[in-house]
Design a protein around this ligand. Structure first.
Ligand SMILES: NC(=O)C1=CN([C@@H]2O[C@H](COP(=O)(O)OP(=O)(O)OC[C@H]3O[C@@H](n4cnc5c(N)ncnc54)[C@H](O)[C@@H]3O)[C@@H](O)[C@H]2O)C=CC1
Ligand SMILES: O=C(O)CCC(=O)C(=O)O
Length: 452
């Protein structure tokens, strides 16, 4: 790999594309970070001489394995499992597991790459990793999920540990799956240790971990609004998704005086002009946990309409929070939001905006928070769960809430500090701020280790 890789952005990206054919999501994530840190590293010989950015763009290792399990009919099913251990310069690999049919190596590599910068932004000692399987949990019985999780962990356990790699949940992996995964790890190793986070409170979990990502994203939004002497009270929000992140973001947004207009799933979205309040959110949570779809919402709450096959981005609102999945908000959606005078887009999901949409939002002058900063509250509380496990103690709910709040405020401040000066009262470039701040932290540690 030529030295010029780190002095010429297009040559650098050409190299990334060549080394990672057919991995569009990974290339997209690297391109965003590389474009932002390139200016920053120019003229700083220690970064270019040591090829820091290039090394960051190659995962430390990728573990790929077969997961065989027996379904309720006695038939053997085979899926693929992975763990991408991206970078452990500042702490053990840390990041969620995703069970979804769209999972492949590119998706997990992009998620592990993003996680490395996100975890650095939290200020906690965690490296970046991500894993999962193309297993589709939809329609599977509880026993099938259990057998799948046990088989998955039967291979994964040899690659993880409280000081090595600490997985958690993500799409399709919630508290039930974490229970089965942790139970199998304990059974195989005979060790009771903080090897996964998002655990139940009965066996070493932390208060507010389920709430932390969605709540944290709203705290980040509140900080951005504060920067402009504004607040959430009286604002309307369009939120996508109806899972962990979306429902907790909706809950906090409504609690702070805002009105949530939409939630969605992969089939369509609900628009409730009366607002989706705490009671309605509780119904959504229970309904979706039992496998229900959002199309049933208007049968329960007649104020709402259901829009089959559509995403919610055309609904008039002040704030948009994409909280479902990657590349769910395309350029037309970004245009529609801007045409409706949206004032902020705050990402609960990982990389929910396509490259074109992200570019448009960044150039528009609105407040635009990237997922790696805005959704870092979840992994931050996971980091606090690791500390509690290591100390064999539990902190109170209020203490953790205060810690989450102050971590999100600090992440906001780090982004502002590392963003270029906003021109003429224009928007702060939170994307650049997050990328440069995360890069600096990880790079400092990598430089200390020499070339490894
Ligand atoms: N759970 C966590 O603590 C964290 C999650 N995230 C990210 O937040 C996003 C959502 O994750 P969770 O809420 O945990 O997952 P979840 O499994 O609880 O919910 C996912 C939601 O997205 C919807 N969805 C999936 N694919 C979709 C598509 N193609 N179009 C529209 N909707 C779709 C599902 O129907 C579901 O409502 C993901 O991008 C995840 O990586 C980020 C940080 C932490
Ligand atoms: O809590 C964690 O370790 C990981 C959360 C996660 O997967 C994410 O931040 O995307």
């Amino acid at each position: 790999m030529a030295h010029s890789d780190c002095t010429d952005l297009s040559a650098f990206m050409e190299g990334v594309r060549t080394r990672n054919p057919h991995q569009d999501e990974f290339v997209q994530a690297v391109c965003e970070v590389a474009s932002d840190v390139f200016d920053y590293i120019q003229g700083k010989d220690e970064y270019t001489d040591h090829q820091v950015l290039l090394r960051m763009s190659e995962p430390d290792r990728i573990i790929s394995f077969r997961v065989s399990w027996e379904d309720d009919n006695g038939d053997i099913q085979i899926e693929r499992g992975w763990r991408v251990q991206n970078n452990n310069a500042i702490g053990p690999y840390k990041g969620g597991l995703r069970f979804h049919p769209s999972v492949n190596e590119s998706v997990l590599k992009f998620l592990a790459f993003e996680q490395t910068f996100k975890n650095a932004l939290t200020g906690l000692p965690m490296g970046g990793g991500k894993g999962g399987s193309n297993f589709n949990p939809k329609g599977r019985s509880d026993r099938e999920i259990m057998r799948f999780c046990q088989s998955f962990m039967t291979e994964l356990y040899r690659h993880i540990g409280p000081n090595v790699d600490v997985p958690a949940g993500d799409i399709g992996v919630g508290s039930r799956e974490i229970g089965y995964l942790f139970g199998q790890y304990k059974r195989i190793t005979n060790e009771f240790e903080g090897v996964v986070t998002g655990k139940g409170l009965a066996y070493g979990g932390s208060m507010i971990r389920p709430e932390a990502t969605g709540w944290g994203a709203v705290y980040f939004l509140r900080e951005m609004l504060r920067e402009r002497d504004d607040d959430i009270d009286g604002k309307t929000a369009v939120i996508s998704g109806a899972g962990n992140v979306a429902t907790h973001a909706a809950e906090k947004f409504a609690e702070l005086g805002g009105k949530v207009l939409t939630l969605s799933d992969s089939d369509g979205f609900v628009h409730d002009p009366d607002g989706i309040d705490a009671e309605k959110i509780a119904w959504v949570r229970q309904h979706t946990e039992n496998g229900g779809r959002m199309r049933a919402y208007p049968d329960e709450f007649s104020s709402a309409s259901y829009h089959d096959g559509e995403a919610p981005w055309n609904v008039d609102c002040d704030i948009a929070m994409p909280c479902a999945t990657q590349n769910e908000l395309d350029d037309d959606a970004a245009k529609a939001l801007l045409d409706n005078d949206v004032i902020a887009v705050c990402e609960g999901a990982n990389m929910p905006a396509t490259q074109d949409a992200a570019k448009r939002l960044r150039e528009s002058g609105i407040m635009y928070a990237p997922g790696k900063a805005a959704n870092a509250g979840g992994v931050a509380v996971s980091g606090l769960e690791m500390s509690q496990n290591a100390e064999r103690r539990s902190w109170e709910r209020e203490e953790l809430q205060d810690m989450l709040c102050s971590i999100m405020t600090d992440i906001h401040a780090r982004c502002v500090e590392n963003a270029p000066d906003a021109k003429d009262g224009g928007a702060i470039d939170y994307v650049k701020g997050a990328n440069v701040a995360g890069f600096r932290k990880v790079a400092e540690a990598m430089l200390a280790f020499g070339v490894v």
